[in-house]
Design a protein around this ligand. Structure first.
Ligand SMILES: [Zn+2]
Length: 448
């Protein structure tokens, strides 16, 4: 039995790349450019969590059998679920803390809030709130930093596995700094090994070795991380890089042998094509080149960077160098889980650098571009036959102002730009993970 979802369809296609979508302007109203598809009356078919057909309703409707379901989202937009490539699952209770930059914000608000995750009861409660908010905002995949404790981390693996979400996650490794959060290097690696063995490639889950940042790690820890990566070459790595100028100064003081911040991670073989580095705002020319040469992923978090006053990411350089970059919230330094708000802030950051970050580029970097950077594009990021059915339904009429604005919208780029500029959780009508509805604006939270 299949389920057919009828509505407007917008998706990038697998041929799209960061480079080849630059400057693309549809030459007539809502056309299929090959790199993406827009259908005014389209349909996707889903069977056992996999997309089996995408096309015009007038053509695909002939495939609908008596036993199949047809879900009518006419006049609503069906589009891939968003991927959030960098977020902290431990910081929900610290969101919207006032008035600090990175290092004091961590010490004053975030580290105290993360201590609560030693109890799996408080962790479970916060995760339920977080997952509901993610689905309500149309996010279906996350790259997440989990608690440093085994129990606190294991709970979110368990919950996301129940939802059958495609996630990349790992316990945050801290062996230097806040006394209540740090563990010994050996204990950190034991927790990492146990979680890797239990969860990596279980269902749709991938494990990420997650040293928080160089300042929270001793050299012994970084050496053990290198050993871990050598033992498990398929593992993802996540950490932070060049977010804040004081952070860079402190890092170079802590590791005086390093020529720059990136060199600390490079020494321990932590920079490769499965490493996801949050922020990357203040990269030197050399660091930009080395990140691109190694195929490392730059997780760009403009709402967070604006909130903490960290600086302006250089989209112009990222595009010129064809870097692998993905948009992300950096929840909860980013004070929103909405990828619309992230796209909006990315546009504003570009403007503050006198650079017009194109509409398609921003949507791409929250969906297929992110999936390609993360090497997950065979599974997610677009609505194409054979891919996993992670998708959302957008109802622009649910936002009166957006609805009014779109009365005067006459081309695809303006339509998408308006949605990303004015949209938020109010316009997410439904969210589907692997073909299962996990959020419906008209129903109470769907609990697993
Ligand atoms: Zn972060």
């Amino acid at each position: 039995m299949k389920t057919f979802y009828r509505g407007k369809i917008f998706t990038f296609n697998h041929t799209a790349t960061l480079a080849n979508i630059q400057g693309v302007i549809p030459d007539s109203l809502f056309v299929d450019e090959g790199k993406f598809t827009f259908l005014r009356d389209g349909v996707i078919a889903v069977e056992n969590g996999i997309i089996t057909a995408v096309g015009d309703y007038s053509i695909i409707k002939k495939q609908i059998q008596a036993e199949d379901n047809l879900v009518d989202y006419s006049n609503k937009l069906i589009t891939p679920g968003f991927i959030d490539a960098h977020m902290h699952a431990t910081q929900t209770s610290a969101v919207s803390a006032y008035g600090e930059k990175l290092l004091t914000w961590l010490n004053n608000y975030v580290f105290p809030s993360e201590v609560a995750f030693k109890s799996d009861i408080s962790a479970r409660r916060e995760y339920e709130i977080l997952l509901n908010q993610l689905f309500k905002n149309g996010t279906t995949s996350i790259c997440a930093y989990l608690p440093s404790s085994y129990d606190g981390a294991d709970v979110l693996f368990e919950i996301t596995h129940k939802y059958n979400m495609r996630v990349i996650m790992g316990n945050t490794i801290m062996t230097d700094g806040n006394d209540e959060l740090i563990t010994s290097p050996a204990t950190s690696m034991k927790i990492s090994e146990k979680l890797y063995q239990k969860w990596h490639n279980t269902g749709r889950i991938a494990y990420a070795l997650t040293p928080r940042f160089a300042l929270s790690c001793t050299e012994e820890t970084l050496q053990l991380c290198q050993d871990f990566v050598h033992a498990h070459p398929d593992v993802y790595i996540q950490s932070h890089l060049c977010e804040n100028k004081n952070e860079i100064e402190d890092t170079l003081a802590k590791f005086p042998w390093a020529e720059d911040y990136l060199a600390v991670y490079e020494k321990y073989d932590l920079v490769n094509d499965k490493s996801i580095y949050g922020h990357c705002i203040h990269l030197s020319d050399s660091e930009w080149s080395r990140m691109v040469d190694k195929g490392a992923i730059l997780a760009n978090c403009p709402t967070s960077n604006n909130y903490l006053g960290s600086g302006l990411f250089r989209y112009d350089i990222a595009i010129e160098k064809d870097a692998k970059f993905a948009l992300a919230t950096d929840w909860a330094a980013g004070n929103t889980l909405s990828m619309f708000r992230v796209m909006d802030d990315a546009y504003k950051v570009g403007m503050l650098n006198s650079f017009k970050l194109e509409t398609l580029t921003r949507w791409y970097s929250a969906t297929l571009g992110s999936a390609k950077a993360l090497q997950l594009d065979q599974y997610i990021g677009s609505l194409e036959v054979g891919k996993e059915a992670d998708f959302i339904v957008i109802d622009t009429a649910a936002n009166e102002l957006l609805n009014y604005r779109l009365e005067n919208s006459h081309d695809l780029l303006d339509y998408l730009f308006s949605i990303s500029s004015l949209g938020d959780d109010r316009i997410i009508d439904a969210t589907y993970v692997y073909g299962n509805k996990v959020y419906d604006i008209n129903l109470p939270c769907i609990q697993k």
